[in-house]
Design a binder for this molecule. Structure first.
Ligand code: FMN
Ligand code: EPS
Length: 363
């Protein structure tokens, strides 16, 4: 079945369900010789794991990663790297009451139409829990990119109507993971936190935006027609649950500008061609320009809310009302930040290997 594998050269297959015994992944195409242990992966999983604050689902998972293969004497072997994370705090009981009701905004109906059955215990493969696998794979990608001087940072820029001020790179690097909102503007982070808690107390949820920047990306990544770098990034980011929009550079704002304003004009810096602005977000013609790659994603509010909502009972075929109890993120936005970093890292490492900048066999 296609749909569970990412990538062309650095391929990642994920498996497992949110309410099964474990989730896991296999990376095929990681070059040999990379120093790798669980301690490289765990800190990234710790940024994403649930149950860390009032702003997240109460499901309490340690998300301890185990490497099962592909590493010998502390280095990757070039063979498939398999990892698992065991589910420790599964509680399917809250789903019993909504067994026959499809949740508005969640994947229930689509999965049922496609596969012809309904596993009512949580979201299964459509659960945000699956992103634990993407973050584990992203940690390996980040290590490979780091060796080439490429770093990827994401941070929350808005939650509903609270907007962070433009942050400098140092603030993004130093502040983002110091607060539960994952926002580099600390005073906006406080207001965002209050907004999420207020929505939660009303049985509701909030969305927002996350910006990401990749530094050190060399010019020349991406293909001119198919496999454009911006198209691959959009696909990878849109493939994260709850992401409803992706912008590269100025994105939708560019539709309101004139060409003379939007164009990043060139100049010579001691013989090197550069641009002073970066409205294109570091990609022109599907190929990286050497400027930082900048993307923004729009994240919808969590679909599972406890406010009553209209739906349909799939057994009685009658209209009904659903009230979702259980453990849910009142906003997905803070928890998606490391997932965004991971998906961008996976796309970049794939292109680095594809273009020969990282050797396919050994680092
Ligand atoms: C990190 C993360 C956490 C999520 N947490 C929840 C949650 O607690 N409850 C929920 O209903 N949806 C949650 N979602 C969103 C659903 O998984 C997603 O909305 C669903 O799969 C439908 O996909 P779509 O929104 O992309 O159409 C989460 C998503 C991510 C990425
Ligand atoms: C467990 C995680 O988030 C889950 C994402 C999720 C969903 O529907 O996406 C629903 C909730 O899970 P459950 O199925 O246990 O009710 C969240 O707790 C996680 O991200 O690790």
């Amino acid at each position: 079945m296609f749909g569970n594998t990412f990538g062309r050269c650095f391929r990642v297959t994920t498996f497992g369900e949110s309410h099964g015994p474990a989730l896991g992944l296999v990376i095929d195409g990681c070059p040999a010789g990379l120093l790798l242990s669980e301690s490289d992966i765990q800190p990234e999983l710790d940024k994403r794991r649930p149950g860390q604050s009032e702003l997240t689902t109460k499901r309490s998972e340690a998300d301890r990663v185990e490497i099962l293969s592909g590493v010998f004497e502390g280095r990757t072997t070039g063979m498939p790297i398999a990892m698992i994370v065991r589910n420790k705090d599964v509680d399917s009981s809250s789903y019993d009451a909504i067994k026959d009701l499809i949740r508005p905004g969640h994947a229930d109906l689509g999965y049922m139409e496609k596969f012809g059955f309904r596993d009512h215990r949580g979201g299964g493969r459509s659960s945000g829990r699956e992103t634990v696998c993407r973050v584990a794979a992203g940690a390996v990608a980040k290590k490979l990119l780091d060796m080439k001087g490429i770093r990827v940072y994401a941070h929350v820029t808005s939650i509903y109507d609270v907007i962070a001020t433009d942050m400098g790179l140092d603030d993004v690097i130093n502040n983002t993971y110091t607060n539960p909102v994952r926002c580099a503007d600390l005073s906006a982070a406080k207001k965002m936190e209050e907004a999420i808690i207020a929505a939660k107390s009303e049985g509701d949820s909030l969305g927002g935006t996350v910006e990401a920047i990749a530094l050190g990306v060399p010019a020349g990544l991406g293909a001119p027609v198919f496999g454009k770098l911006d198209a691959d990034l959009a696909s990878a980011l849109m493939g994260i649950g709850a992401v409803k929009g992706v912008e590269i550079g100025l994105g939708f704002e560019s539709a309101r500008l004139r060409g003379s304003v939007m164009n990043d004009e060139y100049y010579l810096d001691e013989g090197v061609i550069k641009t002073r602005t970066n409205y294109a977000g570091g990609i022109v013609g599907g190929i990286s320009s050497g400027m930082p790659v900048v993307c923004t994603v729009a994240v919808k509010p969590t679909p599972s809310v406890s406010k009553p909502q209209n739906t349909v009972n799939i057994v009685t075929k009658k209209e009904s009302v659903i009230e979702i109890k259980g453990r849910h993120d009142p906003s997905i936005v803070p928890r998606i930040v490391p997932v965004v970093e991971s998906m961008i890292s996976l796309v970049l490492v794939d292109h680095m290997i594809m273009s020969g900048r990282i050797g396919p066999d050994r680092v």
